[in-house]
Write a protein that binds this ligand. Structure first.
Ligand SMILES: Nc1ncnc2c1ncn2[C@@H]1O[C@H](COP(=O)(O)OP(=O)(O)OP(=O)(O)O)[C@@H](O)[C@H]1O
Length: 510
């Protein structure tokens, strides 16, 4: 048998009492694409961070070409030809593409023109449409990801690790990324990517490592398995698709939320939102598709009250709520699951119970004779932990110690309770494993069945299609038509998301 390119042997890592990786062993060969699958909290990010030198294993060994290596920092990893692209990119928006790529990587006097030329050629070789002198702040998420990849290529990376690389891409961008992975590995390089998307895995991976509870529970050749077996390995059972229930109900509900010509224009800049006009009915799921950064965040903030429109009105059950503040809107029954839980959803240095209290009508709900009703708070948090299958020791656990997916579940539990009339779900299942996605979809449909209105924002088209009654595409702050779920397909939406016109309901932005 060939010596593996990189090999992890018996890696164990504890975070205080929590075992994140237990006796993990696997390897990646030259030219191989390895997919790392597993439920939230299974230990995928931890093992990759150990390989990249961000964490230090408590025990175990790492080998390259059969020789043991000590990787104590990303610098050590890079010297061995390892790069990692994390979910949160590490680019400096105010710098150009070239500056970002050479930052810290070029010694001595910098010949800017020569660097730009080199990076331009590198981009061309891999078919990346990236201008070396463009500022990163002006680039879409998809292009920013290409800059991260170019950085890795510039460093002559031989093993590229990507953590959920397609989470924020359009279907077309994801396809291009997969093509890059094929080309890159055809040259004898290797790729390990973490994902929750089985379709992607089946398309591009050669081998699949499945993790559960910190341990490896499957090491399979892609050609010898299928999506069903993988999902069973990951979650231990088959999934039954969520039932959408009655189609009539959403059409018959009263109008709950009305956007009337809402625009957001800062100074003389391009509008962040332009003339947004649509309504959401009671018992309706209204899906907004689009590449992130096209006005979705502003739309959510207009509804939750964090941002006030420059013109236009917002009505809830016929009442003008345009000028109400966030607290007043929470009291009116608007819940909001933000896409960036680190920034807007949780306080990482607070316990889960304390996080459950955030953004709720504090006084009315949690106080008893002027003091926090700890028993009630702990009871509710415990129930959320049970209902949402959050992997956490208990209500007093610190938010920081939970895996990304488990943090997201806590935010969801809180906001579903807060939103008695309307819930905004912005990327509700980003980073969640299959079982959790299935559970959240059932929760969303369940809330719809209770008559709540749902504003669902997702870059995940399968999610938009699985849940929405009506669908709009947001591109550069403009709604590119509102479609009934039966009127539109993935291809059309993908094109609208990328700014191309399709035959119906398209505005001049296309
Ligand atoms: N910095 C940390 N401090 C304490 N515990 C941590 C830390 N990072 C991870 N853990 C714990 O280690 C376990 C594995 O987490 P990890 O992030 O590796 O999972 P994951 O498979 O990447 O999950 P997800 O798909 O949700 O991102 C979890 O139980 C998590 O709570």
């Amino acid at each position: 048998m060939d010596t593996p390119f990189f090999e992890l042997r018996n890696i164990t890592k504890y975070f205080s009492k929590v075992v994140a990786n237990k006796d993990v062993s696997f390897s990646v060969g030259k030219g191989e694409v390895l997919a790392l699958l597993g439920e939230n909290g299974a230990g995928k990010s931890t093992i990759m961070k150990i390989l990249y030198g961000l964490y230090k294993a408590d025990s175990g060994q790492i080998f390259k070409d059969g020789e043991e290596q000590k990787i104590n920092s990303p610098k050590d990893a890079m010297a061995l030809g390892i790069s990692m692209i994390q979910q949160h990119f590490s680019l400096v928006p105010a710098h150009t593409v070239t500056e970002n790529i050479i930052l810290g990587n070029v010694k001595g006097k910098i010949d800017r023109k020569a660097c730009e030329k080199e990076i331009g050629e590198l981009a061309k070789n891999y078919g990346f449409d990236v201008a070396p002198d463009a500022f990163v702040r002006d680039l879409s998420v998809g292009v920013q990801q290409k800059v991260e990849i170019l950085k890795a290529l510039y460093l002559k990376t031989r093993l590229l690790i990507m953590d959920e690389p397609t989470a924020v891409l359009t279907p077309q961008e994801s396809e291009n990324l997969m093509q890059f992975v094929r080309n890159f590995t055809a040259e004898g390089n290797s790729v390990i990517f973490i994902t929750h998307k089985l379709k992607e895995v089946m398309e591009v991976a050669d081998r699949i490592i499945v993790m559960r509870g910190g341990e490896v529970c499957g090491d399979l050749k892609c050609s010898q398995t299928d999506e069903k077996e993988l999902s069973r390995l990951m979650i231990g059972k088959d999934l039954v698709p969520a039932d959408r229930g009655s189609e009539e109900q959403s059409k018959n509900g009263e109008v709950r939320l009305e956007f009337q010509n809402i625009s957001i224009v800062e100074h003389d800049q391009v509008p962040k939102l332009k003339d947004i006009t649509f309504d959401i009915h009671q018992g309706e799921i209204f899906g907004i598709a689009g590449v992130s950064g096209n006005g979705q965040e502003e739309l959510c903030e207009v509804v939750c009250g964090a941002l006030h429109p420059t013109s236009g009105k917002l009505l809830l059950d016929g009442e003008d709520i345009t000028d109400l503040n966030i607290r007043q809107r929470i009291d009116k029954g608007i819940g909001y699951v933000p896409s960036d839980r680190y920034r807007d959803g949780m306080v990482m240095d607070m316990t889960l119970a304390e996080n459950m209290m955030l953004k709720t009508s504090f006084g009315k709900k949690w106080l008893k004779r002027g003091f926090i009703d700890k028993a009630k708070l702990n009871g509710c948090t415990e129930k959320a932990i049970q209902d949402y299958a959050v992997k956490a020791p208990g209500p007093d656990a610190m938010a920081r110690g939970l895996s990304g997916g488990n943090q997201q579940k806590v935010v969801l539990a809180r906001e579903v309770e807060n939103g008695t009339k309307l819930i905004i779900f912005d990327q509700p299942t980003r980073g969640l494993d299959l079982g959790a996605v299935d559970h959240i979809h059932k929760v969303i449909l369940g809330e719809r069945a209770k008559g709540k209105s749902i504003l669902l924002i997702s870059t995940e088209l399968s999610e938009i299609f699985a849940l929405s009654d009506r669908i709009a595409v947001l591109y550069k702050g403009v709604v590119q038509g509102v479609f009934d779920r039966s009127e539109i397909d993935t291809e059309k939406i993908g094109l609208l998301m990328a700014g191309y016109a399709v035959d119906k309901g398209c505005s001049n932005e296309c």
